[in-house]
Design a protein around this ligand. Structure first.
Ligand code: GLY
Length: 288
């Protein structure tokens, strides 16, 4: 699965975001790994944290935010990242690995159509792909092969974004590839310290022609952060709060070129949601 590749200069550029409010059904019915089965979601707090997340994107960073309504029949619908992968002006609507999540794609399709993106739909019934398994570095894609994402899903992603190389990475101990990593800057991979995270990073380094810098944080969950590069504001990093992950926050605080924005995600984290899960970020360069 090779492609031409490009520089990472555009990584983090963003004009629009699509988000979806959490439904109350999330508390009891959202999917979660067995290890988290006993954690009780405080839904009011989940809503407050989500509203703060949206306010940061909209009011603090000035993005145009499309806010989709919650759907009680879709307990995981707040995790919009899993249903669409957007790169430049092309959007791949995924076929989520969990059958209970497949209908989430419908509202996302309408939202992305309203932004006049080129839309590709994953219709192959052999394919599964969750956006949480897709790490775009600005130069290439890494796709986690997990319980949610299979090789056919990765092949369709490679066919959709032909300008970029696509490599696959086995993911076994976590929900998604981005459960323990993300981009923290144009050439900077944030990575957790667990054995599984470090092994996945090594695989990515072996697959790539490019040498990335790494930012290792003690907590895998904290390695999922959101890097943005907004004209007039510069490098921005949304990361988990010192109250949640004090040791990891200390690592982020050493980044001197970034505007750091701590965001709490205590409640959605109980159902395996991370910061990137709650938005689809889009850079619209053509006129709407
Ligand atoms: N609760 C997020 C997911 O399992 O898809």
């Amino acid at each position: 699965m090779a492609g031409l590749g490009r520089g990472a200069g555009g990584l983090g550029r963003c004009s629009h975001a699509v988000v979806r409010a959490p439904p109350e059904s999330l508390s009891r019915q959202a999917l979660r790994r067995k290890a988290k089965a006993s954690e009780v979601v405080d839904f009011a707090r989940a809503e407050r944290e989500f509203q703060l997340y949206v306010a940061v994107l909209k009011s603090k960073l000035g993005l145009q935010v499309l806010e989709l309504p919650a759907d009680e029949s879709l307990p995981d619908c707040v995790f919009v990242e899993d249903v669409a992968v957007v790169c430049e002006e092309t959007a791949l609507l995924t076929r989520p690995g969990a059958p209970s999540r497949r209908k989430e794609v419908e509202a996302m399709k309408r939202a992305l159509e309203s932004l006049s993106l080129n839309i590709v739909e994953m219709t192959d019934e052999q394919a599964t792909l969750d956006g949480g398994d897709v790490l775009f570095t600005g130069r290439e894609f890494f796709v986690g092969l997990s319980n949610r994402t299979n090789r056919r899903g990765a092949e369709i992603l490679a066919d959709t974004f032909k300008d970029y190389a696509v490599s696959t990475v086995p993911v076994s101990d976590s929900l998604h590839l981005k459960s323990f990593c993300s981009m923290a800057g144009p050439n900077l991979i944030a990575i957790g310290s667990s054995e599984a995270a470090q092994k996945a990073l090594k695989t990515m380094q072996q697959m790539s022609d490019h040498r990335y810098d790494k930012l290792t944080v003690p907590d895998d969950e904290a390695a999922n952060c959101i890097y943005l590069n907004i004209p007039g504001k510069g490098h921005i990093l949304l990361h988990r709060t010192p109250e949640e992950y004090p040791e990891s926050a200390k690592v982020f605080e050493k980044l001197k070129d970034h505007m750091l924005i701590p965001i709490a995600n205590t409640e959605l984290g109980k159902v395996d949601g991370a910061l990137t899960c709650c938005s689809v970020l889009i850079n619209k360069t053509s006129q709407l």
